[in-house]
Design a protein around this ligand. Sequence first.
Ligand SMILES: Cc1ncc(COP(=O)(O)O)c(C=O)c1O
Length: 413
Amino acid sequence: MQTTFSVEHIRKDFPILQRRVRNDRPLVYLDNAATTQKPVQVINAISDFYTNHNSNIHRAVYALAEEATEAFEEVRDKVARFIGIKDRQEIVFVRGTTEAINLVAYAWGRQNIASGDIIMTTEYEHHSNIVPWQLLAKERGARLEYIGMDDQGTLILDHLDRYLQTGRVKLVTVSHMSNVLGTITDVDTIIKKCKNAGVRVLIDGAQSVPHMKVNVQELGCDFFAFSAHKMLGPTGVGVLWAKKELLEAMAPFHGGGDMIREVHKYETTWNDLPYKFEAGTPNIADVIGFSAAIDYLEKIGMDFVRKHEIELTKYALEKLSSIKGLKIYGTPDLSRRGGVISFNFADIHPHDLATIIDEDGVAIRSGHHCAQVLMERLDVAATSRASFYIYNTKDEIDVLVSSLNRAARVFKL
Ligand SMILES: Cc1ncc(COP(=O)(O)O)c(C=O)c1O
């Protein structure tokens, strides 16, 4: 199957891609690191749930409730398979990566991080993998430290070695792929080093699972988090995977319905995994929508997704590099980079740039991308960011490039 033919095919499944936006221009959606568009299969699955099967789950015995419970629980099996996990009890549905990380910081962190301990992360983390650890470190009298990076965004793993030697590091928490630089973290090496030192590892897979094949079991980490909305699924659904023995030892995060076995006036016992961590009515319809998103990605194949994005990134890097005054961040090594390109254009403020190119229908992100520690490290206030997915084309990159050239004329560069 020809790549271009498939992408044309794929685009037809995304109603929003038929839209015209400002100045009646066709939408060129290049903000996929923030969230991806949804195929009709996902939209229909949600609509079908509300039209034909809506009920609460895990409780009632009538037909609709059984259908809804079965459909919801099937998604757990599907998610487990998709990320290479055998035990469905290790898959916890949450609202997104942010909630997954907060769950670990709260439930595992409070039991396992003590005064003087060190939690390590990187300078290119999303705020959701920094702030929960700052909160925990303050509460427990622990320290949050950073594995430094070189100017291209490659981690300096000697820093990790040095900290591991202190014997004080209890957790290393890193993103699998940076949402700003696109850097693919060498998690294999990090996990190996941490295992040897008896240190737990959390991987933030928000930007990796949507874009490449990830087998969490093979990775060998302890916790893994990702969000459905960045992989064609609905917002408000995410996954925490953790090793069973860790989940079993952890106290609950939220208290309420479904997470209990018995509640008495002063004592409560917990439900089995994973329900112990799923208090209250979950986002049933969107979990079912997520199932359709996984089906869609499996049909295309994650190898195709990665290959297509490498092709687009290579093309975009070549084209963007030819624009005078445009500075691109991150490594040029495509084997270690995802489909995310952050840049600054002369002294045009990224917000002004994004506003100008929006007039051509091009949607890119501008700002700090929830990565202010990285902005400080790069010594910039903000960047512009184009990020790709399965439905993007080289023609769209050409539109981006010609729009940037128009911006150069507007700003008299
Ligand atoms: C690397 C990374 N981690 C975490 C998050 C947070 O994800 P969510 O907002 O879905 O919780 C994002 C979102 O942009 C991200 O890119």
